[in-house]
Structures are given as structure tokens and as C-alpha cells.
Design a protein around this ligand. Structure first.
Ligand SMILES: Cc1cc2nc3c(=O)[nH]c(=O)nc-3n(C[C@H](O)[C@H](O)[C@H](O)COP(=O)(O)OP(=O)(O)OC[C@H]3O[C@@H](n4cnc5c(N)ncnc54)[C@H](O)[C@@H]3O)c2cc1C
Length: 453
């Protein structure tokens, strides 16, 4: 592609980051994403060092008429952080996290991971809602919602944003806040990568830890239905201090199991009291729930999601968890094709669910169970089995699910008009109007794409 070569040569002297062409020794590492099924071959990976680099990379792609993909942490299962024959605006070199402990604020680079965020903020016993797996990107997770252990107490990740610095489609750079570009600030809090490249974020922080009570208990699979009924009933009693998850999994010894994971974000004595019923239910075969560093709580699930694992996900939201839904979940889990497959139920409640649906673009403000069918395997030969189990399980759950779905869990084939309606509901028309104002040519379309009004 001679045009790309020429454009890269022209840009090189002023570009602070790395411009990686297919001939470069690091090209294959640079194009790899978390999901090993994604095998796209971009014309250029532009690894930026700041907003100015990102503005240049966007201008280069625009001038050559190439598609733009934006990469934060590279974790999204849909794989739209890369593109065949286009330009990846890759922020993975922009991982700085600066903390003002007195003002309780953090300034975070657009390529930072949650482990970067937690490490710097926990130095001061501070935190904000982030993902439960430490290798996930701050950017993609926050722009699409962002739940985690602190969600019931402090809302979604995006509810804690004060500002986002964005490179727009015309390569101009703006800071969106409640006062500056308020329409854009509303739209990026849920609208994903539709409105520009988020070069940096400014977050509110809260006192958390550094020690909290949390962890995991597990029961044999033959107790799964009773444990899920306990989970359903116990979640109705939780205070805002506790976020809790149930997961049908295969243990490292090869036995199927049901796990309950929880974190209490208040004092240790309150945490011990609050999680006592979880530890006391039935006869767990594993109990690693107790005092632990908050940053360790955010890494305890990391090993279940190996980089390069082949992933195909589907999710839905259930406001109630009926006995029939529990039977279906357990029965379907028993047929999964790989020990890396799981079904995860995340109980959404508290502060995040008290925000009005129209306060931000993000629209999943219901209380209830976010159900993720996490199909994952290692061998390419198992692709058909892995995707088919996920689809069949998803289909079998349809009698129990509601209209709303969590966009950040979408696979590529969920990014349809129906998928957009499920993610944004009544906020979609306003999003399309704001898209028309800031990206009328739909330059940023490799995402759950909101087309301009
Ligand atoms: C193992 C695993 C665990 C997860 N755990 C959680 C969890 O606990 N809570 C939760 O809410 N979600 C979770 N998710 C889902 C997660 O929120 C999404 O996958 C999210 O998109 C990941 O963000 P990223 O920056 O790593 O993604 P990327 O793949 O880099 O980006 C995904 C999309 O976001 C947009 N984007 C990314 N960075 C930028 C940027 N700087 N500017 C503009 N647009 C950008 C682009 O459209 C891009 O296609 C998890 C996913 C995985 C794979």
C-alpha cells in the first residue's frame, strides 16, 4: 500500500509514538487482541504517546480514506479494536495514572488498564469503580458502562467521570465535562467509541481499603441449583457495600463447580459480618473469603481469562431469577465444550441503579442479574463447538430475559440495530443527533455503531 508508506514517512518525524507497518518485526504482537479469535491485519498500527499523536493518526487515516479502529486495553470480545486494511489508533503506550490524593481525583491515559489505575490510586487508599479483571482497559470499559466491586456504592465507572479529553473526527481536541460540550459528555458516558478517541479521563476517587473483605467460596456442581437460589435470595438483602457474583465454572482439578464471589468495600469488621452468611451457607469445598488487599480482589479472577483464549460471549439481563431459569442455566452449563467456559451472574444494585436512565447515554440502570455466557476455549479446532454452545445457551434463556443488554459484553454479531436498541433504549435518538453534530461522516464506526441522525 504505497499511499500508507508515503503518509507514514511524512508523519514519522513528528510522531512521538510508533508507526508499525506490516513489515515491522513487532507487527504481529501489535495487532493481537485479548480474544485469540480476532486475526485482523491492519495497514498500520499507530501506537500513540499523547492526544497530538492520536489527532495525527486520525488525520492520516482520514486523508487516505482508511477505516479507523481505536484500541484501549484490547479486551473487547467483539474485536472492533482492530481492522483489516485500516488504521488502528492504539493507545497502549498511554497508560499513565496521576493521582491528586487531596482532591481525590485521577487523570488516566486512554490506554491504561485497571491494574495501572488500582496500583496508583491504592497508594493513597483511594479507588473508583473498575472492572473485576485487572488486564481490562479503563477506556473501553468506562465508555460503555463499567461495573465492578464498587458499583453498588459508587455507581458505574462512567458515573465517576469528571472529564474526557477527546480527539474528534476532524482531529480537533476537546475536553468534555458537565459544563464544556455537555451534550458530548452525556454521549460518551455510554456511547462507547462512537464520538472520538478518548485520550485521557478524569475520575473522582473514594476512600476504599487498602484492605477489604472479599474472595470466593465454591460448592460442588450437584449443589448448584440450591446455591443459585441462595444467591438469588441473599442478593435481595445486600447493602451498597457488597457486590456479589455467582459463576458456574470448571475448577482447576477438572470438576465442575458453582462459585460465589463477593467484595465488601467498607470496614473490615462490617465486611466480616456482611459476608458471614455467604461463607456459612451449605458446605463449601473451597473458602478463600476474608480480608485481602482491594487490588488483589481485582486480580483474583484474572487467571480465568487467559490472553489469546478464543472467546465468544453473549449476555442478557434478568430482573428476577426464577427456579426455571436456574434449572436452564445449570442444565446448559453441563453441556459446555471446554473447561474455560462459564456462566456468570452479576447482581446489579445500589448507586448505579439509582441514576435516571436519561442522565447518561448508558441505559442499563435496572436492578437484577446480568447473565454472561462466557464461552472460551484454546484450540482453533473447537471454534464451532464454542460458538454453538454459547448460542444454544443464549437461546434457551430467552423466555427469562428482559429487553436491556450490556453493550460491553457484545460479540461482533450483536452489533446490529436490535443490539443498539437493547443497549440504549430511549437514549438512542438523542445519541444519533449528537453523533451527527460531532461525527457526521461516521468516521468512528468500528464499534456498536450509532449512525448519525
Ligand atoms: C476478561 C474480561 C473481563 C471483563 N470484565 C468486565 C467487568 O468487570 N466489568 C465491565 O463492565 N466489563 C467487563 N468486561 C467487558 C469490557 O468492559 C469490554 O470488553 C471493554 O470494551 C474493554 O475495554 P478495552 O479498552 O480493554 O477494550 P478495547 O478492545 O481496546 O476497545 C473496545 C472498544 O472500545 C472503544 N475504545 C477503546 N478505547 C478507546 C478510547 N481510548 N477512545 C475511544 N474509544 C475507545 C473502541 O470502540 C473499541 O472497539 C470484561 C471483558 C473481558 C474480556
Amino acid at each position: 500500500m504505497p499511499d500508507v508508506l508515503k503518509a507514514v514517512e511524512a508523519l514519522s518525524p513528528s510522531f512521538a509514538g510508533r508507526l508499525i507497518l506490516p513489515s515491522h518485526a513487532d507487527y504481529h504482537d501489535a495487532r493481537a487482541l485479548h480474544n485469540g479469535m480476532i486475526d485482523k491485519k491492519p495497514a498500520l498500527v499507530a501506537q500513540c504517546r499523547g492526544a497530538a499523536d492520536a489527532a495525527d493518526a486520525v488525520a492520516l487515516a482520514r486523508s487516505l480514506g482508511l477505516d479507523i479502529a481505536v484500541r484501549g486495553g484490547g479486551h473487547n470480545v467483539a474485536g472492533r479494536a482492530s481492522v483489516d486494511n485500516g488504521v488502528v489508533v492504539d493507545l497502549s503506550l498511554m497508560r499513565s495514572v496521576m493521582v491528586d490524593p487531596l482532591a481525590k481525583r485521577a487523570w488516566v491515559g486512554g490506554g491504561a488498564l485497571w491494574r495501572d489505575f488500582n496500583k496508583e490510586t491504592q497508594l493513597y487508599g483511594l479507588a473508583s469503580t473498575g472492572g473485576v479483571v485487572s488486564s481490562t482497559g479503563v477506556a473501553g470499559l468506562t465508555l460503555g458502562g463499567g461495573f465492578g466491586w464498587l458499583m453498588p456504592k459508587y455507581g458505574m465507572a462512567l458515573d465517576n467521570l469528571r472529564a474526557v479529553k477527546l480527539v474528534l473526527a476532524d482531529s480537533s481536541v476537546v475536553r468534555a465535562t458537565r459544563d464544556d460540550h455537555p451534550d458530548l459528555f452525556w454521549a460518551v458516558r455510554g456511547g462507547g467509541g462512537n464520538f472520538g478517541v478518548a485520550a485521557s479521563f478524569e475520575f473522582n476517587l473514594h476512600d476504599v481499603g487498602p484492605m477489604v473483605v472479599g474472595g470466593l467460596v465454591a460448592h460442588p456442581i450437584d449443589r448448584a441449583k440450591d446455591v443459585l437460589k441462595f444467591f438469588r435470595d441473599h442478593t435481595q438483602t445486600l447493602s451498597d457495600d457488597v457486590f456479589m457474583v455467582a459463576a458456574l465454572i470448571t475448577a482447576p482439578d477438572g470438576n465442575k463447580a458453582i462459585g460465589l464471589a463477593a467484595v465488601h468495600s467498607g470496614s473490615l469488621s462490617d465486611g466480616e459480618k456482611a459476608l458471614k452468611p455467604v461463607k456459612g451457607f451449605g458446605s463449601p469445598v473451597l473458602d478463600v473469603m476474608g480480608p485481602m488487599p482491594y487490588s488483589a480482589a481485582n486480580m483474583m479472577l484474572d487467571e480465568s481469562f487467559p490472553k489469546g483464549g478464543r472467546c465468544y460471549w453473549k449476555s442478557n439481563f434478568m430482573s428476577t431469577l426464577s427456579d426455571a431459569a436456574i434449572d436452564t442455566l445449570v442444565d446448559q452449563f453441563m453441556h459446555n465444550p471446554s473447561p474455560l467456559c462459564g456462566i456468570v451472574l452479576e447482581y446489579f444494585h445500589g448507586a448505579a441503579t439509582r441514576v435516571p436512565v436519561d442522565a447518561t447515554a448508558y441505559a442499563l440502570r435496572d436492578q437484577g442479574f446480568n447473565v454472561l455466557i462466557n464461552s472460551q476455549w484454546l484450540d482453533k479446532a473447537d471454534d464451532a463447538k464454542g460458538t454453538s454452545w454459547c448460542r444454544t445457551t443464549h437461546q434457551s434463556l430467552q423466555p427469562f430475559v428482559g429487553a436491556r443488554r450490556y453493550m460491553n459484553y457484545y460479540s461482533d454479531d450483536d452489533m446490529t440495530d436490535a443490539g443498539l436498541a437493547s443497549a440504549y433504549g430511549p437514549n438512542l435518538p438523542k445519541l444519533r443527533t449528537i453523533k451527527k453534530k460531532y461525527d457526521p461522516q461516521n468516521l468512528f464506526h468500528l464499534n456498536a455503531n450509532i449512525t448519525p441522525a
